[in-house]
Design a protein around this ligand. Sequence first.
Ligand code: AVJ
Length: 357
Amino acid sequence: MSKAPSETHGVLTSAGAGSTTDAAQLREESQVVIERRLDPGALRERLAEEALAGLLREPLRELPAKLLYDERGARLYERITTLPEYYPARCERAILNRRAPAIAAQTDASEIVELGAGSAEKTRALLYALAGRSRLRRYVGLDVSAEMLEQTARALVTAFPDLRVHALIADYERDLAAIPPPEPSAPRLFTFLGGTIGNLELAARARLFGELRALMRPCDRLLVGIDLVKDPSVIERAYNDATGVTAEFNRNVLLHVNRLLGCNFDPQAFDHRAFYDPQRSWIEMRLRARRDLQVTLGRERRQLKFAAGDEIRTETSAKFRLEAFADELGGTGLALEASWRDQQGLFALVLARPHDA
Ligand code: AVJ
């Protein structure tokens, strides 16, 4: 086995080692690197701090949206992307499937760096298109869900035998410096898909775009999926699905918080709510206490009191107008190069380049 860099705490080894030949195992190990930005405890420690600060916030308690993606949450989100009401995933997939060849031709990328990789299911269209041009060399994926990311890394090297995969268990709001350096004359395509950029507020988006801009060479590009402003009832249906998967996804954050903070939230004591706020042009998810209740925060032994009807905000997901989004990019040294919408005009993919490239 090759020597791992010092900050690397794990290199993927085949799960079924007994049934794998040494040669296959060796190849898999050299093809896939799993890296944790910090030791496993540190990411968790940071999440715990953010969770605690959010639960103590006034006047509205708030949990950061990334807490939705523990292992169970990541799986529930995967199920959401298959729901008929959840148009963002369906539309983005349609755009990617249709436009991947054009995006591949326009970017000429040898490498994809994906923020919030998840299952990388929709990204495959791009990977196929780049592989078809014999351009594809490496996939770098960042995600906070370790198990999901390891699974994704394995699946990608199976589907793309010549692809090197670098999986980075990290938080894209804090750990971009951990992205491995680019290879000379290998154009990079940074991707931030799914509409996840909408989870960040304006200032945080500007910060992220600025940091990405700083990583980009003139040949590099950024592809962002944005959910578009539309009839609020269409949006609200997507976040209040008939089978209750989104409700389960939302309540699951409390189980994650219980593990992080050693507390005792009962998810069943909370109702799922999701509503569109036209002023902020975002949808938000909340959990509303069904009755008066108390929660004990493990380490602090602090009591959190909820009256019936009290709420915790668990996610805001902004919806965009293309022109305003282009202006946002412009303010961070990026320029909109191209954009593509699905046939119903519900969702868009935006390709951006460094302003002076
Ligand atoms: C993964 C952030 C894009 O905001 O639509 C799905 C998460 N929340 N259903 C979104 C989500 C409720 C999703 N993103």
